[in-house]
Design a protein around this ligand. Structure first.
Ligand code: OGA
Ligand code: NI
Length: 352
């Protein structure tokens, strides 16, 4: 039987020392466990060129019904690895409904949320970010991950009224999957794949492609300058589609410039290139190194949908690239490499 995404993650046996997030409601001072220095946060290579935080990067906002959408997507992927989309056919009422469920979940008392904890070798459930084990400090963040069904965990949170939550998450994931599918086709076109190639590549990738939904909560923080919401990382799969509530916090790293804020655009969804797309595009499209910083007064919520090919399929630079820069890898193997080596995983696949 084919491996599912949640199995691929379960098989990575991440040893999370602290899977239980802090009880943020009861904390009024930043504890030492959550006070970061730059040395805790960033690899030395990136630290060397970290300079300043720019306020307004011009991440393009692309109308998906534009007649030049392929060119717009192609140039945004090449320049930023990121763009915002409007006219995406995901109703705002659904987005807000999912956000409201997330808020309700994270507002539960800590002892209730712990009942839905992700197990150390599990994929779905409440807990700290998966990348936590790579850092000695803890993040000002709590998350709820959904891979496959959330029923078992949602029942622990709301024994009698879990269905509404699950229906809403299922609807949202369906919508995200079809939007991701659509965007993937645009990106493949922008990479110059003709219709026939596209059909081959996309049929393998799309019919049983898999996704995961991550609900993120970043409570207001008593000392945001010393805390980190989500430590710097790249996303592993092909694409991520992110909704951020109206609270700033997301930043992307640009070589030579440092960290730049990506403020939310009302009604738009943010799309970013992940590691597998970086491989597929033979480095033409950069995978985006990003982090979240907390806010002193506002509570940030976000929903990230990660989209990738079936876990047993092989990802390699498209055959049109004469000099492939990565060796082929299965999605499952890549997830394993990433869980062991984090940002060094991509380098391990480089062949030139
Ligand atoms: C993630 C992520 C950004 C955010 O979940 O991988 O980068 O704004 N989230 O929460
Ligand atoms: Ni991310």
């Amino acid at each position: 039987m084919a491996t599912t995404l949640s199995q691929a993650y379960r098989d990575t046996t991440l040893q999370l020392k602290h899977i239980i997030p802090l009880d943020f409601h009861s904390i009024h001072e930043l504890p030492e466990s959550h006070a970061w220095t730059q040395a805790d946060e960033i690899s030395s290579e990136k630290r060397a060129c970290q300079t300043r935080v720019e306020e307004e990067p011009s991440i393009p906002v692309i109308d998906l019904s534009s007649p030049t959408v392929v060119e717009l997507v192609g140039s945004a992927c090449q320049r930023w690895g990121m763009f915002q989309v409007t006219n995406h056919d995901v109703s705002l009422s659904l987005v807000h409904d999912v956000e409201a469920h997330a808020q309700r979940l994270f507002a539960l008392p800590a002892d209730r949320k712990i009942k839905a904890l992700r197990s150390p070798n599990g994929a779905t459930g409440y807990g700290v970010a998966r990348i936590s084990s790579f850092f000695s400090k803890l993040m000002w963040h709590e998350g709820f991950t959904i891979m496959g069904s959330a029923v078992e965990h949602a029942k622990e949170l709301w024994p009698n009224e879990y269905e509404e939550f699950c229906d809403s998450m299922d609807n949202y994931q369906k919508k995200m999957k079809s939007l991701a599918h659509k965007i993937l086709l645009l990106i493949l076109k922008a990479l110059g794949l003709d219709e026939e190639d596209q059909e081959m590549t996309s049929s393998a990738y799309l019919y049983q492609s898999e996704g995961a939904l991550q609900l993120n909560s970043y409570p207001s923080c008593p000392n945001p300058n010393r805390a980190i919401g989500l430590a710097p990382h790249t996303d592993s799969l092909l694409l991520t589609i992110l909704h951020q509530n109206d609270t700033n916090g997301l930043q992307i790293f640009q070589d030579g410039m440092g960290w730049m804020s990506v403020p939310p655009v009302s009604g738009a969804l943010l799309v970013n290139v992940g590691d597998l797309m970086h491989i597929l595009s033979n480095t033409r499209f950069p995978t985006v190194y990003h982090r979240v910083v907390p806010n002193e007064t506002r509570h940030r919520f976000s929903m990230a949908y990660f989209y990738g090919p079936p876990t047993d399929s092989i990802v390699a630079p498209l055959s049109k690239f004469q000099f492939p820069r990565f060796r082929p890898v299965t999605v499952k193997e890549y997830i394993g490499l990433k869980s062991k080596h984090l940002e060094k995983a991509l380098h391990l696949l480089r062949i030139s």
